[in-house]
Design a protein around this ligand. Structure first.
Ligand SMILES: [Zn+2]
Length: 348
């Protein structure tokens, strides 16, 4: 009987442990970092040295873009890990956290250390991916870096870097114009990678240009992109790091602040000539439209919202959902949408 009880206790404990691990991995999978923190705190209450819980907290704070909070936890794991996979993840997130607050040399040290450790297949592919995005991978050894006031430019080696003076000047001006609007407190300068060819980037990065990773203030670009689009993604993100983004408002801002000063409504009408546009549907079913239709219309819509009321728009830029727009604009929102839809569909 005693034996049976002991077995039951062991089984129960194992199950609880397993249950919580699994809850933790589900929370991580869903990017529910608050839940991860909650679960780790429970574990740390019973054992303050629980290395997995310390790692979980460090990783959750990194996921929440709370890089300065993450670092002490990750350092603890780096020094006290009992398994390689823990060290590997701690170094990867440390690299990410240091990089994101502008401590590039420390980030590079973590990257080089992580390369020497055999982690899991997930941590290995994450390290490879971040190494490429941050420009740490040896592929970038031949690139040239030029640091300016607000942007660190990375160029594929070219015969004359001076021919890029204008490119840098224009983007520094774009940065100032855009942040005049958002007044974001940036955690670091933007790392701005300029690729010679899209197909080369596709081959190396596995994705086409241009794109940004605003939480780390990184943009990978083609030289012929508009000067402001990607910079807007980085700057608008940091108006509130806990932002909720939607494709309509996020890409609309990218287009509106692209610095081309083109007539947004004319462009939107052009693309709307053979597809019926409904802003509300585009807002909530954001993946159902091709980029060439979606972006110009989103840009024109953001222009309407900004000209209507800048303060309200800045509020919307933090939580960009249709539901939040209803709270900010009230009944006026649906009238504005109807007017916009009529206007944009008028060429049919
Ligand atoms: Zn974009």
């Amino acid at each position: 009987m005693k034996n049976l009880l002991a077995i039951l206790i062991v089984l129960f404990a194992a199950q609880t442990g397993f249950g919580q691990q699994s809850e933790m991995s589900i929370a991580f999978k869903n990017n529910d970092y608050q839940k991860v923190l909650e679960l780790c705190n429970i574990n740390l209450q019973s054992d303050s040295t629980d290395i997995n819980a310390i790692l979980g907290k460090g990783r959750a704070y990194t996921g929440l873009n709370e890089f300065k909070l993450a670092i002490p936890y990750l350092l603890k794991v780096k020094d006290g890990a009992t398994a390689n996979w823990q060290t590997s993840w701690a170094l990867i997130d440390l690299m990410s956290a240091y990089f994101s607050i502008g401590e590039v040399e420390k980030a590079k040290d973590c990257y080089n250390e992580a390369l020497k450790i055999k982690g899991t297949s997930n941590s290995t592919s994450s390290l490879k991916k971040l190494g490429l995005l941050f420009g740490f991978d040896s592929y970038f050894n031949k690139w040239e870096t030029v640091e300016k006031g607000n942007i660190i430019f990375h160029f594929q080696k070219t015969s004359s870097i001076s021919s890029l003076d204008n490119c840098m000047k224009e983007r520094e001006i774009a940065y100032s114009n855009i942040n005049d609007f958002f007044s974001s407190e940036m955690p670091k300068k933007i790392d701005f990678f300029v690729w010679k060819s899209n197909s080369e980037a596709e081959k190396i990065l596995g994705t086409s240009l241009g794109f940004s990773r605003p939480q780390n203030c990184i943009s990978h670009n083609r030289l012929n992109q508009t000067t402001g689009h990607e910079i807007t993604h980085c700057i608008s993100f940091w108006r509130d790091k806990d932002n909720v983004r939607t494709r309509l408002i996020n890409e609309g801002m990218g287009v509106y602040f692209d610095q081309t000063n083109s007539n947004r409504m004319v462009k939107a009408k052009e693309v709307a000539s053979d597809i019926k546009i409904d802003i509300k549907d585009m807002w909530v079913n954001e993946r159902e439209y091709p980029e060439q239709v979606y972006y110009p219309v989103a840009g024109a819509w953001v222009e309407v919202l900004i000209l209507y009321d800048k303060v309200k728009f800045l509020k919307l830029s933090k939580n960009q959902t249709y539901e939040n727009a209803l709270i900010i604009y009230g009944d006026e929102l649906n009238t504005m949408i109807e007017e916009f839809n009529n206007k944009v569909n008028s060429l049919k």
